[in-house]
Design a protein around this ligand. Structure first.
Ligand SMILES: Cc1cc2nc3c(=O)[nH]c(=O)nc-3n(C[C@H](O)[C@H](O)[C@H](O)COP(=O)(O)OP(=O)(O)OC[C@H]3O[C@@H](n4cnc5c(N)ncnc54)[C@H](O)[C@@H]3O)c2cc1C
Length: 484
């Protein structure tokens, strides 16, 4: 695990944080909790009881690899992914960032195979060599799909500024150059490689935008600008307890690609616009499955914190509180059920990789756009107003006001006031603070906004078949006899 942190420190990258270029971003207090969260995916390798979840057998080498670098080869693999994500959500209480790269690898494995078969271009061979390297190095990959998109009503080639979608700007015998940006990049500074994919199903006029490649995170020509999170500067305060979650947070960046050169060996899609939609749909499908695991894990933390607060504040026996906690569990487990169901109903793709059931994965994500908000609403109901009006926990150390805080914020006798206040901070972190970006906004928009799921659900709904099923029960005109 220390070697993971060391490997990131060795990367020489152009990183901007709060308006300044950062010479040593991995030491920055806004960055470190995000790295801690990804580091948990390495930490699990050291714990024998999690071997089955964290390790999988590589189909390339036959050796055990970290599951975050694995191409799913069975239904069990798909389900273990969701279980692993729930576990990591429970351990970190936030976004642990590594699944987006895993989902990009799996979507590319299937799509490059398909392209190579149909077009006779060596996309899949290149991809497999890259995958082998990722597995050998146990590397972390950023999955970069979302373009800035400018005017959403216009296609990429129609934008006033052609760089608002990442595009190919040149090619020669060595490789290609690309220009553009990718927004909201989860775990960008914690990654060794950036995997770029198109964000839309492209049409012929947008063929320069139909590009996918992998690149070293410290390639010259990449700029990182760290995204902010609510209350993030609390991480910079000497008394860090007001952060709520002392150890972990998510991380997003804007990544700018400034005429970046990519050798052909790392190009996985070059102007193949007919295949861009399939790549997007598969990546989004895998990522919509992911949320059934990770968000349920973070939900476990929020439910646990809320239940503890109910106890500390003497309301845990009230019937409406018990009922609200049951409702939170019901919603949270529904998300997990969806993650498991779309895995269990998945099937094998022509490449041999396993793909989730797309309809169920989209149902999963559409629930994810709603249920965490309701769980958060119930948590705020039970927590009470102090969650949002509480003085700093640093005040507890003050000789004069510390005793006043302890006296007036005491809950039930026998539980330290500090326990109550820290738990309130954790609920604040998850519903209004840094982790709300991961638990709420990411639930809404990550892997696509709700309308994107509705579009897929509409496409997969098989309404004609459902109509036929209904018609079979009512019979034709004149058929009014009951069955014998
Ligand atoms: C915390 C977080 C982490 C993320 N991590 C990653 C990541 O690691 N990698 C990655 O690639 N992306 C990531 N994303 C990006 C995510 O996929 C996008 O936020 C999502 O696709 C929505 O895009 P947008 O934010 O540009 O919003 P928009 O696309 O602008 O959507 C805003 C609203 O406009 C509507 N809309 C958009 N276009 C149209 C249109 N043409 N017609 C009608 N309505 C439209 C949408 O339905 C939505 O209601 C992350 C996002 C978040 C919030």
């Amino acid at each position: 695990m220390s070697s993971y942190r060391e490997s990131l420190k060795k990367l020489s990258r152009k990183v901007y944080i709060q308006g300044k270029e950062s010479a040593d971003p991995m030491e920055h207090p806004l960055v470190q909790p995000g790295t801690n969260a990804v580091a948990q995916t390495f930490e699990l390798e050291q714990q024998a009881e999690y071997n089955e979840l964290i390790f999988a057998k590589s189909h390339l080498s036959g050796r055990p690899v970290n599951r975050f670098t694995h191409i799913h080869r069975s239904t069990e693999d798909l389900m273990n992914k969701v279980k692993l994500q729930r576990l990591l959500g429970q351990r970190t209480g936030t976004c642990f960032q590594r699944c987006v790269g895993l989902d990009a690898l799996n979507a590319l494995e299937i799509t490059t195979y398909e392209m190579e078969q149909a077009l006779g271009k060596p996309y899949h061979q290149r991809f497999n060599r890259f995958l082998q390297q990722v597995q050998d190095e146990n590397a972390v990959c950023d999955g970069a799909m979302t373009d800035p998109k400018g005017d959403r009503s216009k296609r990429p080639h129609e934008q006033a500024d052609p760089d608002l979608y990442l595009r190919i700007t040149g090619e020669n015998s060595e490789g290609i150059t690309v220009r553009g940006a990718k927004c909201h990049q989860t775990g960008a500074l914690n990654s060794h490689y950036i995997i770029v994919m198109p964000t839309l199903a492209m049409k012929e006029k947008d063929r320069d935008y139909a590009v996918s490649f992998a690149v070293e995170a410290d390639a010259p020509g990449i700029i990182y600008i760290l995204g902010r999170q609510p209350s993030d500067t609390r991480k910079q305060e000497p008394h860090r307890a007001d952060v709520g979650n002392l150890y972990y947070s998510g991380q997003e960046c804007l990544i700018v690609f400034d005429d970046l050169f990519i050798p052909w060996e790392r190009v996985f899609m070059f102007k193949e616009y007919q295949y861009s939609g399939r790549l997007v749909e598969r990546f989004a499908g895998y990522h919509r499955q992911s949320y059934g695991g990770c968000k349920a894990g973070v939900g476990d933390i929020l439910i646990g914190a809320t239940a503890a607060l109910a106890e500390y504040q003497g309301v845990d026996k009230a019937s409406h509180i018990k009922d609200k906690l049951v409702e939170m569990v019901h919603l949270n487990e529904t998300l997990f059920c969806c993650g498991i169901a779309c895995s269990a109903q998945g099937g094998v793709a022509p490449s041999g990789a396993y793909l989730i059931d797309l309809l169920l994965a989209n149902v999963c994500k559409l629930n994810v756009t709603r249920f965490p908000y309701e769980i958060a609403r119930l948590a705020e109901d039970i927590a009470g107003g102090l969650m949002a009006t509480m003085p700093s926990l640093a005040d507890l150390d003050h000789p004069q006001i510390g005793p006043l805080m302890r006296k007036y914020f005491q809950g039930i006798a026998g539980v330290e006031t500090t326990c109550r206040l820290k738990m309130l901070r954790l609920v604040e972190n998850l519903t209004l603070g840094p982790a709300a970006a991961a638990y709420l906004t990411e639930s809404m928009h990550g892997a696509g906004s709700p309308q994107a799921q509705r579009v897929v659900i509409a496409r997969q709904a098989e309404l004609e078949n459902k109509k036929m099923l209904a018609r079979a029960l009512v019979g034709r005109e004149g058929d009014d006899k009951l069955p014998e």
